[in-house]
Design a protein around this ligand. Structure first.
Ligand SMILES: Nc1ncnc2c1ncn2[C@@H]1O[C@H](COP(=O)(O)OP(=O)(O)OP(=O)(O)O)[C@@H](O)[C@H]1O
Ligand SMILES: [Mg+2]
Length: 251
């Protein structure tokens, strides 16, 4: 009999202190396709959580469920952020409640300079980091403040996408493959920034194909496999567990 090892016992679902962000029995569908199949996990305030899994495992769909980005996806279940029921909110309300999704395609607005992209994010309150503080975080953006955002390099566009999200008053940063297509030296730069953002108290979920780098950055990890959670625990446990890495991350 081939019994798969069960890595899904949770180290963080103790029913004691309520989590900062709580994903409870969440399901997501695209039409007839049942993608996220009843997942539960918690994220603690100030930590970095790596959400990992193979292509098509449902990572982006999970981030979209949390951020309430909706159509064409339909979600069921409960998502609580700092005692607020996000599952009862529309996408724009969830953004105001403190969710900041940096999508994989970055979505820099054409025709606007770096600075205008940041100003647009602050057009309505609540406002987060000041533009000057964002330039201290990403000096390259300060140097290029008058340049059209879409003409930036891939790494700089990723920095702008993160900066624009921090320009709003967010409680959780959701990053979908922030290192995709970037040279290792730029990944190093973005990684340092994410550490700095964490030191300022931010809570982050990072989805990354570059699982080793994400695990080195993260405090904890959740691994998805075909829409369900197969591991929830410390990031270093995944780094140390060859069997788990080979089975679900192919690394
Ligand atoms: N708009 C959509 N309509 C129908 N099915 C979709 C849609 N978006 C995603 N899916 C399907 O949902 C499943 C999970 O996709 P998802 O993008 O969440 O995976 P992922 O873990 O982020 O994958 P990757 O690592 O490739 O980014 C896949 O089978 C995908 O084909
Ligand atoms: Mg994805």
């Amino acid at each position: 009999m081939n019994v798969k090892p069960d890595f899904s016992r949770s180290s963080n679902q103790a029913a004691t202190a309520p989590a900062f962000l709580s994903v409870w029995d969440v399901h997501a569908y695209y039409g007839e396709s049942y993608i996220v199949q009843g997942i539960n996990f918690n994220v603690h305030e100030g930590e970095i959580l790596a959400l990992l899994g193979r292509n098509g495992a449902g990572k982006t769909s999970t981030l979209r469920s949390i951020a309430r980005t909706g159509s064409p996806m339909v979600t069921k279940g409960e998502i609580w952020l700092d005692h607020q029921p996000l599952h009862l909110m529309a996408s724009h309300e969830a953004a105001t409640a403190g969710l900041g999704l940096v999508p994989e395609d970055r979505r820099i607005i054409p025709g606007l300079t770096v600075e205008e992209n940041l100003q647009l994010a602050q057009i309505a309150p609540p406002i987060g980091w000041s533009i000057e503080r964002l330039y201290e975080l990403f000096p390259r953006l300060g140097e290029r403040r008058k340049q059209e955002g879409v003409t930036l390099s891939g790494g700089e566009q990723q920095m702008l996408a993160i900066a624009r999200t921090l320009a709003r008053d967010i409680k959780v940063l959701l990053l979908d493959e922030p290192y995709e297509g970037l040279a290792p030296v730029i990944v190093d730069e973005i990684e340092k920034t994410l550490v700095h953002i964490k030191e300022q108290g931010m809570t982050t979920i990072i989805v990354e194909q570059n699982a080793v780098r994400a695990l080195q950055l993260a405090d904890r990890a959740v691994i998805l496999d075909t829409g369900g959670i197969v591991f929830d625990g410390l990031a270093e446990e995944v780094l140390e567990n060859e069997e788990l890495r080979a089975e679900y991350l192919a690394i």
